[in-house]
Design a binder for this molecule. Structure first.
Ligand SMILES: Nc1ncnc2c1ncn2[C@@H]1O[C@H](COP(=O)(O)OP(=O)(O)OP(=O)(O)O)[C@@H](O)[C@H]1O
Ligand SMILES: [Mg+2]
Length: 377
């Protein structure tokens, strides 16, 4: 029997779409060892579009849009990966860098789990290779005794290697990548003459880095030159952000067995609040204090989902139909207070300067949100 897991990989979640795209893709030009052509990879990330479908073996298949934002950025990323430079996705927290890297790896290589997670404790052998000491002692240095890193696996099999949060690793460890990215070889001196690993076609590196972490360990310019940098921007459009909140929270709810209907008004309200606080200016042109906390779409999704869960577990499906604005306001404040309690001043100011006006003008969810929010003070 198939076991359920908490978070299936992108290739598991979208297995049907990937299989359909593979059948559709016949005849499109494709780099060696890629599972899909750049065209099909693009479709996988950006979707077939509203009401549009692909014809696959006589059936009509629609592909869900997964990344909202800059389509040209996605196209450039795919082309970079087909070339000989690595791809570096940089940006604010929660701008879907990790999501893009997972989706690209799943579509291009069929795997998204060949990943190095960069931390302050990442060492050179986590990036290159280490040894199984029992086998090393018994048989001496051999491929069998070598424990490959995700980078090694990527080179050996011709698949992508993801490097998450690369700037959190010490600079001298990051620099192990330089020769791999420029010469596409890795030396394993312990293995003697046979100890040179040549990368197979299809290998490349997708790294992600958070602009808030930048400066912790500045990347060397030698390494920077071996990457194409792409800056991923936060979602700029309130309607899109609302759609992401509904899609993502809906998918999370489904996989948790929560069948509550989604509340569009609450999602719109949350998207507006996050957008205005992030920009430091309201739609009406009122200047606001920007909270130091991360006001990302990912945070908005989790505030919405948390509110949905409390409605579902404490209120039952009837109450979940309309999210409780008090819980929404509480969860929003909790998310902002993460950095420090003082940050709440920015949210309070938002309530008195902006939410009050919207409540008077629009009523409905804004009115309930305002009333719940001022009571929380
Ligand atoms: N433009 C977008 N399109 C679709 N979903 C988005 C977008 N921006 C943010 N999201 C949502 O935010 C979630 C979190 O994104 P992700 O973890 O990939 O961010 P990140 O940039 O890697 O953040 P961090 O720097 O904190 O690691 C995504 O899974 C998705 O639900
Ligand atoms: Mg990330």
């Amino acid at each position: 029997m198939e076991q359920t897991i908490l978070r299936p990989t992108a290739e598991q979640r979208y297995a049907d779409e990937l299989a359909a795209l593979r059948r559709w893709d016949v005849g499109n030009p494709k780099p060696e060892n890629w599972q899909l052509s750049p065209r099909a990879v693009r479709l996988f990330l950006l979707g077939t579009g509203r009401g549009q479908t692909l014809e696959v073996d006589g059936a009509r298949i629609s592909i869900r849009k997964k990344y909202y934002g800059n389509d040209a950025l996605v196209e450039r990323c795919i082309i970079t990966l087909a070339g000989n430079r690595g791809l570096m996705l940089v940006g604010e927290p929660g701008t879907a860098k990790t999501m893009l890297s997972e989706l690209l790896s799943a579509a291009i290589s069929g795997h998204s789990t060949n990943t190095v997670q960069g931390t302050a404790g990442t060492t050179e052998d986590m990036i290159k290779y280490s040894w199984n000491y029992a086998l090393l002692l018994a048989k001496g240095p051999s491929r069998e005794a070598l424990v490959p890193s995700p980078l090694y696996v990527g080179m050996e099999q011709g698949i992508l290697t993801r490097f998450e949060e690369i700037t959190r690793t010490p600079a001298e460890v990051q620099d192990c990548l330089i020769s791999v990215l420029s010469d596409k070889v890795m030396n394993v001196p312990e293995l003697g003459d046979g100890g040179i690993l040549f990368a197979r076609p299809g290998f490349n590196v997708i790294a992600t880095a958070n602009t808030r972490d930048k400066g912790v360990n500045e990347m060397s310019s030698a390494l920077k030159r071996r990457f194409s940098f792409e800056t991923v921007q936060p979602v700029g459009d309130v309607a899109l952000e609302k759609q992401i909140i509904l899609d993502e929270a809906g998918a999370m709810a489904r996989s948790a067995g929560i069948s509550a209907p989604l509340d569009e008004d609450a999602a719109a309200l949350l998207a507006t609040a996050y957008h205005e606080l992030r920009q430091g200016v309201s739609a009406e042109g009122i200047r606001l204090k920007k909270p130091a906390a991360v006001m990302s779409t990912a945070e908005a999704v989790s505030v919405y989902y948390q509110t949905l869960m409390s409605a579902w577990y404490y209120g039952g499906p009837e109450q979940a139909r309309r999210l409780d604005e008090r819980a929404l306001a509480e969860n929003l404040m909790g998310a902002v207070a993460k950095e420090s309690r003082e940050e709440l001043a920015a949210v309070r100011e938002y309530f008195t300067a902006v939410v009050q006006q919207k409540a008077e003008r629009e009523g409905g969810a804004w009115k309930r949100f305002y009333e719940a929010g001022i009571r929380l003070k």
